[in-house]
Design a protein around this ligand. Structure first.
Ligand code: C2E
Ligand code: CA
Ligand code: CA
Ligand code: CA
Length: 278
């Protein structure tokens, strides 16, 4: 029994060390990742549920460190925000995504682009100027650009954020409220912030084919959105049953693995051609 215990102990220690050294690498190398060209953008389509047409793409960042597996944002976003590296990274994301979308437009696929903004970016005085510059340089139609913010972003710096969002609206971009429903005072935000789209959090979609309470919540959010003339998009659609329920509830748009995982732009274009021709 003793040797078993020792084995266990060694096992946990080495995996903890692995996590620890990964964390150290992340903290040490994140600041170089832009210059070393290690970030990638994946895109996930957003569909009109009434006809299955792609109406938008959400850009989602990935980091390919040379010595680590491809990383999703949950691995490095906290460090990026704490070190404020999210400011240059966020600018890189916006610029790269707008340029890639404009390329797609030249191929005949004009479509909405959604980019996530971190609360830290709202503390930048020149956020709006930066967004305006990227729009001008890339040639993207500002009305095709959707900036996604979460409820916690809105809570964290209430006054600054309202002001920044109003200025962003004035340059013509759309605002989506991400992860909608996960905080208490959501309804307040709909009243005070210039929101265009609400994205229903995937936690409500997960059991939407079976859980009566989740279905009631979805029904309420969808009706609320319609009454306020907001677009409503459901996130995290993974099954046909979830899709059918959302369509029955008259949800306008959706996004999720059922339609597509996030894909690199080249893969996305390849898929488009197969879908388009097939
Ligand atoms: P989010 O904005 O809520 O993005 C949706 C997340 O759900 C993505 O994870 C996406 O891959 C995942 N997802 C999509 N469809 C499904 C599905 O059917 N089922 C499930 N279970 N998940 C699905 P990802 O790419 O790992 O991004 C995680 C979060 O990181 C994002 O959540 C967003 O908050 C943040 N993030 C991603 N890219 C950026 C960025 O460029 N800037 C900032 N500030 N945050 C970003
Ligand atoms: Ca998002
Ligand atoms: Ca979300
Ligand atoms: Ca999120």
């Amino acid at each position: 029994a003793k040797s078993k215990g020792e084995n266990k102990c060694i096992y946990y220690t080495s995996s903890m060390n692995a996590n620890l050294s990964e964390q150290i690498i992340i903290e040490k190398d994140l600041r170089h990742a832009i210059n070393r060209n290690e970030f990638l953008l994946y895109y996930q389509p957003q569909l009109d549920l009434s006809n299955n047409q792609i109406v938008g793409l959400e850009a989602l960042i990935r980091w390919q460190h040379p010595n680590l597996q491809l990383m999703a944002p949950d691995k490095f976003m906290k460090v990026a925000e704490e070190t404020e590296l999210i400011i240059p990274i966020g600018e890189w994301v916006l610029r790269t995504a707008c340029n890639q979308m404009n390329f797609l437009k030249t191929k005949g696929y004009p479509c909405r682009l959604s980019v996530n903004l971190s609360s830290i970016q709202f503390l930048q005085d020149n956020l709006v100027d930066m967004v305006q510059d990227v729009i001008t340089e890339s040639g993207i139609d500002p009305n095709n650009l959707v900036l996604e913010v979460t409820e916690s972003t809105l809570v964290e710096n209430l006054d600054v954020t309202v002001d920044q969002l109003k200025r962003l609206k004035s340059i013509g971009v759309q605002i989506a409220l991400d992860d909608f429903g996960t905080l208490y005072s959501s309804l307040n935000y709909l009243k005070h912030f210039p929101i265009d789209i609400i994205k229903i959090d995937k936690s409500f979609v997960r059991n939407s084919a079976s859980d009566k309470r989740d279905i009631e919540i979805l029904k309420t959010i969808i009706r609320l959105g319609k009454n306020l003339k907001l677009k409503v998009l459901a996130e995290g659609i993974e099954t046909k049953n979830q899709l059918e329920m959302l369509k029955a509830l008259d949800c306008e748009e959706g996004q999720g693995y059922l339609f597509s995982r996030p894909l690199a732009m080249e893969e996305f274009i390849k898929n488009l051609y197969t879908v388009g021709n097939g």
